[in-house]
Design a protein around this ligand. Structure first.
Ligand SMILES: [Zn+2]
Length: 390
């Protein structure tokens, strides 16, 4: 038996006026997905437990079959793991966005213009992060460290007492007044964020003008996927956060340089590494694509629909053929949270899911938000058990 988990990040949505009051899942031309839903089982899953922030870290932890309420410590330490960083017990990790804030607009703390700092290249961003590390990090010798990640997404490591702050995720502030951190170290964090403008000013070719610190946490203690589920698992993703969950649960995370985390990602490449890994002995493989979430954050209706159509034409069609050639298989498809186009941010609402078993047809259904509206809501983290034990 082979298992595949497909994660179109943030694909769930709400009715949109530009789509005639329908959702991207309803509008997208996805014949393969429709056929799979018609022979499978659709339902609704709470991937974000009540009271937890609707982040991709929380949602993807659910999808991988671990209860976020039990295992989640914060977003940044998961991303730190993806960079190969091992936090000591006396260290806390913060996500360090290169962001664009207009200090003269919005409110007293400025206006959040772009949480992604104009999407700098990873190479250009690494130079900025090196300069930050020299000025405020290891160059300053006060226990802070700046570590480069991908594009606008980086990590700051700090002494453990820096954990006491309430920080606002910058993608929740797009086009809105920036909100400085509060709590015991809120002022220290804000001073650092403001001071970083001097360093960023030395890189005018990068669209970002300051760092934004948030998502802090200690190293989580996640059990291994293989020990928990008795299966050898692999994963492909362009997103550090998702990769970090793979690393922390002992999955084999495949490097695919053409996976970009953006609309132009290598859909066929992801499909092919999944099939290769399964042929080479993996029992389960996770395919994660970020494009739907990015389109949601951008409010880009066309790209969100296109990303779903790309899933259909460029991943699912070949994937089903490839799986059929290997024998029996089961497939689980669901997003890690909704990213409604009209809100440009995540919500905590339950998401539609699809389970398909090559050996037996299910009740069938329609994998859209209205199509599952009357289904009971199951815990998102229980679906992995359902997938692998049926
Ligand atoms: Zn997400």
């Amino acid at each position: 038996m082979k298992y595949v988990v497909c994660v179109p990040d943030g694909c769930a949505d709400e009715p949109h006026p530009d789509l005639g009051g329908r959702t991207p899942l309803e509008v997208a031309d996805t014949p393969v997905l429709r056929a799979l839903a018609a022979r499978g089982e659709v339902g609704r899953a709470a991937v974000i437990p009540a009271g937890m922030p609707p982040g991709s870290d929380v949602g993807n932890l659910s999808i991988l079959g671990f209860d976020p309420a039990e295992f989640h410590t914060g977003r940044a330490p998961i991303e730190a793991a993806s960079l190969g960083l091992k936090l000591r017990a006396d260290q806390v990790a913060y996500r360090c966005n290169l962001s664009t804030v207009d200090p003269d607009a919005g409110g007293p703390d400025g206006l959040m213009v772009d949480f992604a700092g104009g999407h700098p290249s990873t190479e250009a961003a690494a130079e900025v992060v090196a300069a930050l590390d020299e000025r405020f990090g290891r160059g300053a010798g006060e226990g802070l460290e700046f570590h480069p990640g991908v594009q606008y997404r980086h990590i700051m490591v700090a002494p453990k007492e820096w954990v006491d702050a309430e920080c606002t995720p910058p993608h929740d502030l797009t086009d809105r007044p920036a909100v400085r951190p509060t709590g015991a170290v809120g002022d220290r964090l804000w001073d650092l964020m403001v001071a970083s403008r001097e360093v960023l000013a030395g890189f005018p070719e990068v669209g970002a003008n300051q760092v934004w610190l948030w998502g802090q946490g200690f190293q989580p203690r996640l059990p291994s996927f293989a020990e928990t589920y008795g299966l050898r698992a692999g994963m492909v993703t362009a997103v550090d956060l998702v990769r970090g969950l793979g690393v922390l649960t002992g999955m084999e995370v495949v490097d695919l340089p053409t996976a970009t985390g953006w609309y132009d990602t290598d859909y066929e490449g992801k499909r092919d590494v999944a099939l290769d890994a399964l042929r080479d002995g993996a029992d389960l493989f996770v395919i994660h694509v970020e494009a739907t979430d990015e389109a949601g954050h951008a409010g880009n209706v066309e790209e969100k629909v296109r990303a779903l159509e790309n899933w259909d034409r460029r991943i699912l069609s070949g994937l089903v053929e490839g799986l059929d050639a290997m024998g029996d298989w089961r497939l689980l498809l669901l997003p890690d949270h909704p990213t409604p186009l009209h809100l440009k941010t995540h919500t905590s609402d339950p998401v539609p899911y699809l389970l398909v078993d090559s050996r037996a047809d299910g009740a069938g259904g329609v994998l859209t938000e209205p199509g599952v509206a009357d289904r009971p809501v199951v815990d998102g983290h229980s679906l992995m058990r359902t997938l692998v034990e049926a």
